[in-house]
Ligand binder design. Sequence first.
Ligand code: GLC
Ligand code: GLC
Length: 814
Amino acid sequence: MRYGYFDDDSREYVITRPDTPLPWINYLGCQAYFGLISNTAGGYSFYRDARLRRVTRYRYNNVPFDMGGRYIYLRDEQSGDFWSPSWQPTCRELEDYRCRHGMGYSIIGARYRDIEARTRYFVPLDENLEIWQLSITNLRSWPAPLSVFSSIEFCLWDAQDDATNFQRNFSIGEVEIEPGIIYHKTEYRERRNHFAYFACSAPVAGFDTQREAFLGPYRGWDRPLAVERGSASNSVAHGWAPIGSHHVKVLLEPRETRQIIFLLGYHENPVEQKFDPPGSQIIHKASVRPVIAKYLNRSHADLAFQALRSYWCDLLSICQVDTPDVHTNRMVNIWNPCQSMATFNLSRSASFYESGIGRGLGYRDSTQDLLGFVHMVPARARERILDLAATQLPTGGAYHQYQPLTRRGNNDIGGNFNDDPHWLIVGVAAYLKETGDWSILDEPVPYDNQPGTEQPLYEHLQRSFRYTLERLGPHDLPLIGRADWNDCLNLNCFSDSPGQSFQTTTNKDGKVAESVFIAALAVLTGREMAAIAAHRGKPKEAAAYAEEATLMERAIRAHGWDGQWFLRAYDDFGRKVGSAECEEGRIFIEPQGFAVLAGIGLEDGLAAAALDSVYQLLATEHGIMLQQPAYSRYYLHLGEISSYPPGYKENAGIFCHNNPWVMIAEARLGHGDRAHDYYLRINPSAREPISELHRCEPYVYPQMIAGRDAPTHGEAKNSWLTGTAAWNYYAITQWILGIRPSYDGLEIAPVIPAGWPGFRATRKFRGTTYYITARRAGSGNQVSLIVDGGSVPGNIIPLASNPGTHVTVEATVS
Ligand code: GLC
Ligand code: GLC
């Protein structure tokens, strides 16, 4: 069953009934000011950092799930009847309900008793504010006197404190009110120099800023007293819960349409210019007034929306494909980049499943997110790489995360994940291949943000790699530390007390437990380092890295091969994890995907055997499970992985992030059919017809789909913020369609399904636009290239000598 449809021409998903199985959300903003918005207008906003600069409040795990948001109420002054065009919170039966989620905007509205109302929500480029453009049309043949109420609830900035410290917070809320504009200025009197504002373009009949006055005692957002009564009470918040609500009265003639604009924004003043007049406690508004005036003007708002549309149009134009498969086209051309933008900006911090207070930007997560983003805005990718590297520790190790506002690393969600350092190499390699900007390697970057410790980024990469070489275990495989990519494989943790965090509790020193996954990762990064060193004219270093990669591969072959597949790890007792010898957890996906992706065993049958094992033992119609058999009980020496009920999350769930590793591995073996088949199994668009089972949005990837052992096999969870976005984009565009940036130029190496006659693509790369036509002429994956009419040896298109040109590429696959 479907809850809407894809409108590919408009690049929108259109939800046609509001009661989706879960809130189906979208992100507003793609630079510094962000908002989450559900299909019923639930959600919240923040500036840069979902924890430290929360603009509006959100209650976690609320009922309904997405309650609290950007609500508009309409009241029919003749009947006293009231409703919300976004369905929630009043939940009246609406006609023609539509939520159009687009690239950075959402339009939500419906018809009710012949009054049509739709609101376009978006964040203009380069501004720290959101615009709500409400259009109301009277479809009746008689005049309609209406009241419009807006509403938002302010958060007292630090979202963690806001949700817990009530003894203080109930006394500190402050606002300032001007005609049509409500300023939220809690703590502005002391150490903050930022405030929020909520403004309305129409003359207001009243306002409310105290929640209790607006809602009325013992009432929720579904029937605010002010709306029911038809008048605001002009309440001024002193403490308790500051909100913003405007009351506007409109009289609409038959067929008349009226537009009202609401603006919600964040603004900072220089510390020395906080107050006007100086010495008073009144916000200095000179710098914010012009911004407010500008966007309350309809033509400016419309222009800002057009600018946002063309910004996305340009971003998406960098890579467009036309294949025989609609789900591939739709995800590659529209939604996968859109999701990659969100993961780049927010890592795993703020979604409906990540609270925004639990995690900042993860080191491992953000470095991998670059894979799906680097082609879109390379300058921002560059900045992110340098920020991440600046949090690196002098040992080469990494903080597991950093706060986006302060850009400082912290151990709040643990440390010593021994895979972390390598992902910096993966991210930087992707950046270099995309941009050819070798200068980034010479950028001086500090360690742990300590001034005076700056060294070139290249040295950071070297230390990242050395970190592993200095931490090898009894089998010459990398020690796992707290965990590797799989956060929940905690081989040194031995946690036996309820409530202990697997991520932060004190671990054993860990001189025994080893990770075959990190070993495979090190083979990949060792070879990248060799290539990077060679390009920097350091042949000796290049040879040394190549040698380290070879040694690591040898260790994997000697101690990391289980007979039919790659072993996962050795535990603290030196026993195998992920082996046919094990009772449970005999085969894991990570080392199969990653070892083959790193090129191990392609020639001698190991790769093919490992992938056949994956196919037989881990693949389901809903995607590839993380391991099998699921752990049926808690194992002290394995940790969090065995804490999950079978089939969920890391315990044999379909953890979508690493499915693309297997797709890439299959592509490396030349198995286009299997690679694409796996791609479709978790492709959200392909799963749209089973939305009732899948439950998450059909336009973005979830982190997890319940595995075969779960009673809800096929049900997705934790949508939007997942490494799945970047990795799937990378797998489909670079390995299946085979349009692959390399250090020396654009490589064309499609490994597509046998039944495809070919495909077309446009790819902008290093200043040149490539028009690519791939045509199947035989059943293999042999590629021959004709570039601008002339044949080119190999499959790397030499870099164009004068960028800006258009290049035609004909690839014959036989
Ligand atoms: C989550 C984490 C990621 C980790 C994965 C597997 O998605 O954000 O860092 O690799 O889980 O445990
Ligand atoms: C939990 C989750 C895992 C996530 C980790 C992040 O362990 O199960 O997926 O990566 O928390 O800290």
